[in-house]
Design a protein around this ligand. Structure first.
Ligand code: PLP
Length: 482
């Protein structure tokens, strides 16, 4: 990696281009997860220039780099305004922070809630089962107990009464999603926030995924229920700018209804001989690049731009959902109410994981979701504006992929693998077993092109074993190249 004399810039860039060619296509509207592409000409170049201009600026100290502070305050103001806060509203005192992403925003929402109740020895949070996994990560990292509320398998939402019943004296935060990532449905935010307020508990709305686009969909006439600071009892909201605000990766906003709610989010330390540290977020040193890129993106797209992109996305969602409805053996998990299309199979002879591979072979990159509790496995499509020009091609390819998946038949795991998946405990996994499994699944030489067998194995395993297997498989991939 470190060449004796260094490598000329052109060659380095050629190497990087070669590496990037290994990736799934971030542009072009055929990747339905991980990326958010508005397909606006010139936007990438603008964001890259803004990123480069601030890449070396350090968010560690806002007094040294007031440019970053100004950009952060502008981004927080824009998010607050979009989500029911700001002058002239009932949430006029909204404040916030810029974080590196949704996960960090959720961890900080939980930290602020935990640290607001220092008298509790066993703090807890209440989160619907459809809440993002980052809440579980936050609970794990912060020593908070996670109380999960099941979702109704028909509506894919929690019942507000169940959330209310799960609140205990040690509960520091109740969470809900607007919308959930997996299925794109909006939780009953008003009822949940009312239950939290009645118990004197904070209520966080995780709008990381769709928070930027729901207000625009509402303006377009889509029936979006109240989910933001207009709802009494909502104390904080997260919204990711690197999702539907279409900024490059590394930017989310965590908003609090007032400064007192935000105060316990900060960490300050003066009891050492170096500089006195004060951090609003998890990272200390952080690059100004993503913040400047987000600033440039928001400034350039503007309100009319976001409205136009939301309209294109809504049309794409309608067309994709129509394509799914038109295929025998598939069923939408939920009628789309935001920017997700999620479907499952109604016919046991149609294997969803084989279908995902067949779609990949046709250039459509979808996201398989494993079965969970009463919910079947499903296929998730995050839809962004760039999909709109492609949708006419999706229907015929979906039909062809379904036909191919039926012809191939469902994955039949060898009996010993199925037995392993159902009977093995995470504690019983030895390095030899993992190596044998990885080799059997074709994972020892990298990621195989067809993933149906791997997904079937994971689908058969209970969540604790899935977690362990994934850790083992990914750690096999993460080996240094000398
Ligand atoms: C609803 C929701 N919350 C939180 C997150 C976590 O965001 P990130 O991947 O930026 O950490 C996501 C990501 O998809 C999400 O959809």
């Amino acid at each position: 990696m470190i060449d004796e004399d260094g490598v000329p810039a052109e060659r380095v860039l050629a190497e990087l281009r070669e590496l990037r060619a290994l990736d799934r296509p971030t542009h072009g509207g055929r990747l339905f997860a991980y990326v958010y592409d508005p397909a606006v000409p010139g936007l990438d170049e603008l964001a890259a220039a803004a990123h480069a201009g601030s890449a070396h600026v350090n968010g560690l100290d806002p007094t040294a780099f007031p440019s970053l502070l100004a950009m952060e305050n502008a981004l927080v103001g824009a998010a607050a305004r979009l989500l029911g806060g700001g002058p002239g509203t009932t949430a006029a005192e909204v404040v916030g922070s810029i974080t590196s992403g949704g996960t960090e925003s959720l961890i900080l929402a939980v930290k602020a809630a935990r640290d607001a109740r220092p008298e509790l020895t066993g703090p807890r949070i209440v989160v619907p089962a459809s809440g993002h996994a980052a809440f579980a990560k936050a609970a794990h990292l912060l020593g908070v107990t996670l109380d999960t509320v099941p979702v109704d398998p028909r509506t894919l939402r929690p019942a507000a009464a169940d959330v209310a019943a799960a609140i205990r004296p040690e509960t520091v935060l109740v969470a809900c999603s607007a919308p959930s990532y997996a299925h794109g449905v909006i939780d009953p935010v008003a009822e949940i926030a009312a239950a939290a307020a009645a118990a004197g508990v904070r209520c966080h709305v995780d709008a990381c995924f769709g928070g930027w686009t729901l207000p625009y969909l509402r303006r377009l006439g889509v029936p979006v229920p109240p989910f933001d600071f207009a709802v009494d009892g909502v104390t904080s909201i997260s919204v990711d700018l690197h999702k539907y605000a279409y900024a490059p990766k590394g930017v989310s906003v965590l908003l609090h209804r007032d400064p007192a709610l935000r105060a316990p989010q900060y960490f300050a330390y003066a009891d050492w001989p170096g500089y006195t540290m004060v951090n609003p977020v998890l990272a200390s040193t952080r690059s100004g690049g993503p913040i400047a890129a987000a600033y440039a993106t928001l400034r350039h797209l503007g309100d009319a731009g976001y409205l136009r992109l939301a309209a294109a996305t809504r049309d794409a969602v309608t067309a994709l959902a129509g394509a799914v409805r038109g295929v025998d053996g598939l069923r939408l998990m939920a009628e789309p109410e935001s920017t997700v299309v999620c479907f499952t199979a109604t016919d046991p002879e149609l294997d969803l994981f084989v279908l995902v591979d067949e779609l990949t072979a046709r250039g459509w990159h979808t996201q398989p979701q494993l079965r969970y509790a009463d919910l079947p496995s499903s296929v998730h499509l995050t839809v962004t504006a760039s999909v709109a020009p492609r949708v006419a091609e999706f229907g015929p390819d979906l039909t062809a992929a379904v036909a191919a998946a039926r012809a191939a038949g469902p994955v039949r795991l060898p009996a010993e693998l199925r037995a392993l998946a159902t009977a093995l405990t995470p504690q019983a996994l030895t390095p030899e077993l993992v190596a044998g499994l990885a080799a059997g699944l074709g994972l020892d030489g990298g990621v195989p092109e067809r993933m149906a067998v791997v997904n079937t194995l994971l689908d058969a395993a209970p969540p604790a074993l899935r977690e362990r297997l994934l850790i083992e498989f990914v750690s096999l991939l993460q080996r240094p190249r000398w």
